[in-house]
Write a protein that binds this ligand. Structure first.
Ligand SMILES: Cc1cc2nc3c(=O)[nH]c(=O)nc-3n(C[C@H](O)[C@H](O)[C@H](O)COP(=O)(O)O)c2cc1C
Length: 189
């Protein structure tokens, strides 16, 4: 999520720095069996996949979040949904909130980040249930946006347009929702 260096490049640098007996797991932009194979051939001991399992039947992402991810072609790296989660850039799908607050190149307005950071110690202490209710009430037009994504057992509110739809860059290459067991079987060389 936070990375900006392509995973295979980072692997090469990491592998050459670490003692060979230390296992290295590679995450980032791995979507299919071919990617797993490439990661292993490049020196990883295992591959870690996030977005592929977001789009599994077992994932608790809200079904409409999954639908949005299925057709998504791009992601944005931002701190926009950082209320209660200090200084943690995250990669998300574009929605009304990112379109409203993120210029085509650059960051959200400094005043919005400052307001968010001021309220973060308080927001970070909210019990999870309350935090989810708060998140469902947020709107794209007000840049006090929490890190709670739309999940299948919490109020949806405006979260599809005002919440973080976390996804990696691999999202553009994933076009179905499958059972996790089928994915694991298929991804294992
Ligand atoms: C829905 C979702 C939630 C994630 N949450 C976190 C998180 O809370 N902290 C973190 O460090 N990485 C998080 N990640 C990143 C994954 O751990 C993993 O590094 C990343 O998804 C790998 O890239 P890929 O999605 O292209 O497979 C999340 C990823 C997804 C898809």
């Amino acid at each position: 999520m936070r990375g900006t260096v392509p995973a295979l490049e980072l692997l090469e640098r990491t592998r050459s720095t670490l003692p060979t007996e230390l296992p290295v797991l590679l995450a980032g932009d791995i979507a299919d069996e071919g990617d797993v194979q490439t990661a292993l051939e490049a020196g990883a001991d295992a591959a870690v996949l996030g977005t592929r399992f977001l789009l599994s039947e077992e994932s608790r992402a809200h079904p409409r979040y999954k639908q949005t991810a299925l057709v998504a072609e791009e992601t944005v790296l931002t701190e926009l949904f950082g209320l209660g989660w200090p200084a943690a850039p995250h990669r998300v799908l574009p929605n009304a909130a990112t379109r409203r607050w993120l210029p085509s190149e650059g960051r959200e307005p400094a005043w919005a980040l400052a307001a968010q950071r001021t309220l973060t110690p308080l927001a970070g202490r909210l019990p999870e249930r309350l935090a989810r209710r708060f998140a469902a009430a947020q709107r794209p037009a007000l840049p006090l946006l929490s890190p709670s994504p739309p999940v299948d057992d919490a109020p949806l509110g405006c979260l599809l347009e005002a919440g973080p739809l976390y996804a990696g860059q691999s999202v553009a290459r994933i076009g179905d929702v499958r059972p996790a067991s089928a994915l694991v079987a298929e991804l294992t060389p």
